[in-house]
Write a protein that binds this ligand. Structure first.
Ligand code: C2O
Ligand code: CU
Length: 487
């Protein structure tokens, strides 16, 4: 049983502080860079061992955890035997350090070292390769930047890093997608429901030439890859991570959906949870026990452990499906029941109902002069191709924005699948959902459900080309990516 109490956690950060100079405020300010190294690691998936990719940071821990006042001062070493490049998702570094292939820096060759240095943004963020096959290979890790309030709060911090895993190689997975959908031979778009969970029952209809009622536009596609396992901190429910917690204590769950192609619902079970931030950006707290999180997004959830104690599984349910994963919070001596990796009931399907309840803690100031751009999200399962404004990356027409000036993007999803859209270099605000103006969350990744429209607003940042793409990796890999050119 692994347990990280708040005390361990503080002494851990003090150990780090001892090796670096303290500022007059008492906060650590690193002088020697912190090392991150990409490489392979072995994980255990349902009794089978698997070699996957990862990013090891200080203390042999995956990823990076920074205390208040610490700079992002990193020496990245490529320990893989192939080229890679790492993007700091949620951070706004100088464009040069954004970690996107050739925009503007080239990939790091094997054993190449590159330095990064910038002021980090606080919150729950993450880092990952910006190459689809490596993202499918789990080359990702947490990037947590704590605030002074985090350290002062009497609560334990636990990261829930969600991933989807397959024993197939990334290449096989991508080929499988393209073949499976091509083999169905449907002429109409988005009729792949037959092969997916939830719609398997009507295979007997035959007559693929004329779509049945179930395969018309009303059917939305979810989960276009069936993974072999769903992971929290690299483990399945077979052998979940168990954290010892205090009776009557509080826990901050930093949830990161690093899945390639899976939306999850976080189910806090018996515990009431307060959603405090999304994508690292504070919101007016929202109470619930079930919260959707799309690929690329993060949730900061605070839960209170009952005074009577016990064992409390925190689950991550695969959208629209019975599979699930999770970790367990347990007070000393509590009996921990084993939970199957699949439940009798299917999880719900993500829509914009949670997004519509979120209110930013620091919304954008009103701006008179706004440039409005319509962005069409398109694509279909057969052929398996996804686009932005009708173009498939590397073919693209950059979207123009002006530095220091307000832009609004009307994201119109013309397709039968939802898309988590991520903009680099900016923290936008969700300002309209299905025609309803809202003072919504600030964030960097917004989920646009099938056939819905969501508008985001932001002030143009550094004069540069910034990536804008879907964070569903097979969608991104088959074209759903473009650039926002800030001039
Ligand atoms: Cu998290 Cu361009 O990505
Ligand atoms: Cu997509």
């Amino acid at each position: 049983m692994r347990s990280i109490t708040r005390r361990h956690f503080l002494s851990g950060s003090m150990a780090v502080a001892a090796t670096i100079a303290a500022t007059p405020l008492g906060f650590a300010n690193s002088i020697t860079p912190l090392q991150l190294r990409t490489g392979t690691r072995t994980i255990e998936v349902n009794g089978r061992s698997a070699t996957v990719l990862g990013i090891e940071g200080p203390g042999n821990r995956q990823g990076l955890f920074l205390d208040p006042g610490e700079d992002f001062n990193v020496r990245l070493v490529n320990g893989l035997n192939e080229a890679t490049i790492i993007h700091w998702h949620g951070q706004i570094p100088p464009n040069e350090q954004d970690g996107v292939p050739d925009l503007p820096q080239p990939l790091l060759k094997p054993e190449e070292i590159r330095s990064f240095s910038f002021k980090p943004h606080a919150g729950t963020h993450w880092m990952h390769a910006h190459l689809p096959h490596q993202e499918l290979g789990l080359l990702a890790a947490p990037l947590i930047v704590r605030t002074a309030e985090d350290l002062a709060a009497d609560r334990q911090e636990i990261v829930m890093f969600l991933q989807d895993f397959s024993f197939k190689s990334p290449q096989e997975l991508m080929e499988g997608l393209e073949d499976a959908h091509a083999a169905m031979g449907h002429g109409a778009p988005s009729t792949a429901a037959n092969t997916h969970g939830g719609h398997g029952g009507h295979g007997g209809h035959g007559g693929h030439g004329s779509p049945s009622a179930e395969t018309t536009a009303a059917v939305h596609d979810i989960n276009d890859i069936d993974f072999d396992a769903y992971l929290v901190n690299s483990r399945t429910l077979d052998d979940p991570e168990t954290h010892q917690v205090e009776k009557g204590g509080r826990v901050l769950l930093r949830v990161i959906n690093a899945g390639s192609a899976t939306v999850f619902f976080i189910d806090t079970g018996e515990l009431d949870a307060r959603l405090l931030a999304v994508d690292g950006q504070p919101i007016e707290p929202v109470e619930d026990r079930l919260f959707p999180v799309a690929m690329g997004q993060r949730l900061d959830l605070e839960v209170a452990i009952p005074a009577k104690g016990g064992a409390f599984p925190i689950l991550a349910l695969r959208e629209g499906a019975p599979e699930r994963t999770g970790l367990v919070l347990a007070t000393p001596g509590a009996k921990i029941k084993r939970l199957p990796g699949s439940s009798a009931a299917k999880a719900p399907i993500m829509d914009s109902s949670l997004e519509g309840r979120l209110l930013a803690r620091s919304p954008l100031e009103a701006s008179g002069d706004t440039q409005v751009t319509e962005v069409l999200l398109g694509g279909e399962m057969s052929p398996y191709e996804w686009s932005i404004n009708g173009k498939r990356w590397p073919n693209h027409t950059p979207i123009a924005a002006k530095s220091g000036q307000r832009s609004e993007f009307i994201l119109r999803n013309m397709s039968g699948m939802g898309h988590p859209m991520h903009l680099h270099g900016h923290i936008f605000q969700v300002v309209e959902i299905a025609g309803q103006r809202i003072n919504g969350a600030r964030r960097d990744t917004v989920y646009v459900p099938a056939n819905e429209t969501i508008t985001i607003a932001f002030d143009g940042g550094e004069t540069a080309s910034w990536m804008f793409h879907c964070h569903h990796i097979p969608h991104m890999a088959t074209g759903m990516m473009t650039l926002v050119e800030v001039s």
